[in-house]
Ligand binder design. Structure first.
Ligand code: COA
Ligand code: MG
Length: 294
């Protein structure tokens, strides 16, 4: 987490075939954009979308937003061409769907190396199949270019034969396995989408759940989901005030030669200060991002 200062509170999918959405994204308050060539694009539109997305990446104009291109699986008829074209355009990252093993990641990193992709282009993995989830640890450690996991909860629910329930009990084990693997390797980890894009309260509850589990942010399908998500995944004023109090109380304690402080009747040790400082750094990174021009 620490090695990735850029916040990933809101990661908005958009169909790579929709020029209007690609244009509109330049003014949206998303921390990152997934320009999709996979499931949001019909087979007949795939070649045109590939070119549209590559041209959008090359033209730029997305400011502070990280650009992530989701290619089709490399075993489909479009995947390798998507990867070649996207690598040439040089987005911040390429997102591979349905990753099931370290070997899947190596196919992408080998391809990037062979095709002279910019060194800044990283790799992200969709975690969305039972085998992929079971191999999360191996995948997370596959390659230094791997930067993040994106949970594909719709595919996962489908493959498990599970149901979409409000508390997500059927997929909690899968979410946690991915988080464990991501945190073990210092990767970013972004939660799956909330399908009912007009239901703000349902979205907020799911954002809170994901945030409290440890996700960096959430993938989104519609711009109407941005405000709630950005707010929920940013530290609140109360969180920040407490963090500052903990840091200063601990520093005072240290001056007195003590290793422990007490704030609001709760113990503050070194490890709590690490969490507090991380929260403050995250708030600073968000403020810096939001201060940049649209
Ligand atoms: N990214 C950027 N802009 C988007 C957007 C998105 N994901 N979804 C909608 N918009 C834009 C529309 O282009 C429209 O812009 P305009 O006012 O300039 O015309 C505006 O937001 C309002 O759109 P709206 O009419 O409310 O939505 P819709 O009915 O056109 O589309 C969806 C609804 C769900 C089909 C659409 O949001 C979508 O395609 N989402 C992404 C789906 C996806 O990528 N899935 C793959 C991963 S799960
Ligand atoms: Mg999927």
């Amino acid at each position: 987490m620490e090695k990735n200062a850029h916040p990933y509170r809101s990661v908005l999918y958009m169909p790579g075939s929709k020029e209007r959405a690609l244009e509109k994204a330049k003014t949206l308050a998303a921390d990152a954009l997934i320009l999709d060539l996979e499931d949001a694009v019909a087979p007949s539109e795939k070649p045109a979308a590939r070119e549209l997305v590559a041209k959008a990446v090359e033209a730029g104009g997305y400011g502070r937003r990280k650009l992530i291109v989701r290619v089709n699986g490399l075993d489909t008829e479009w995947g390798v061409a998507d990867l070649s074209r996207a690598a040439k355009a040089g987005p911040d990252a390429i997102l591979l769907p349905k990753v099931e093993s370290a070997a899947d990641i190596h196919r992408v990193t080998d391809h990037l190396a062979d095709h002279g992709a910019p060194a800044s282009t990283r790799v992200w993995a969709m975690m969305e199949t039972p085998r992929g989830i079971l191999n999360a640890a191996e995948i997370a450690a596959a390659h230094p270019l791997l930067e993040g996991f994106v949970l594909g909860t719709n595919d996962l629910v489908k493959d498990l034969g599970a149901a979409h329930t409000p508390d997500r009990t059927p997929i909690l084990t899968s979410l946690s396995l991915c988080l464990l693997a991501a945190r073990a390797e210092g990767l970013v980890c972004v939660d799956g989408v909330y399908n009912a894009f007009k239901d703000d309260e349902g979205l907020r509850e799911q954002c809170i759940q994901g945030r409290d589990m440890g996700f960096d942010g959430k993938t989104l399908i519609h711009p109407a989901q941005l405000a709630v998500t950005n707010e929920t995944f940013a530290p609140s004023e109360d969180d920040l005030a407490l963090a500052k109090e903990q840091v200063s109380a601990f520093e005072e304690a240290e001056k007195r030669g003590e290793g422990v402080a007490v704030v609001n009747g709760k113990i503050v040790e070194n490890l709590h200060v690490v969490t507090a400082r991380r929260l403050l750094a995250r708030a600073e990174a968000i403020a810096a991002l939001e201060a940049e021009a649209v």
